[in-house]
Design a protein around this ligand. Structure first.
Ligand code: 5GP
Length: 111
């Protein structure tokens, strides 16, 4: 069964999209933890960081530059987090690799 991000990628479920190209889609998180909380999602079905392959290097690098552009676009370039939860113990709930771009407020030192 498709997970929710796969359905968003396939256009079957709507999202508040802020970026898309052939390889990556980005949209606002439905339950934002900060004024800016965007999910950057490689379209390739990779479960999590531990399932990424060497051949995904370019794709993963591109995520960084998409994050950079979105940080500028949403004016959080002075302070933001780009993070991914790997596995249930880290709080991953959707098993399709994605990166949280979080900012727009002072971020504490807590995990
Ligand atoms: P994870 O916990 O797997 O790292 O992150 C999953 C994120 O996806 C959560 O922050 C959650 O709020 C978000 N999310 C879950 N379902 C949807 C949805 O249908 N649409 C959007 N835009 N975000 C979702």
């Amino acid at each position: 069964m498709k997970n929710i991000f796969q359905k968003i990628i396939d256009g079957e479920v709507p999202c508040d999209k802020v970026f898309e190209n052939e390889r990556i889609i980005a949209f606002h998180d439905i339950h934002p933890q900060a004024p800016v909380h965007i999910l950057i999602v490689p379209k390739k079905a990779i479960r999590d960081i531990m399932h990424a392959q060497q051949e995904d290097s370019e794709l993963l690098a591109e995520v960084v530059f998409v994050a950079q552009e979105l940080a500028k676009k949403f004016q959080i370039e002075k302070g933001f987090r780009l993070l991914t939860n790997n596995g249930p113990d880290a709080g991953q709930t959707i098993f399709h690799l994605h990166f949280h771009l979080v900012g727009g407020r002072t971020l504490g030192r807590e995990a």
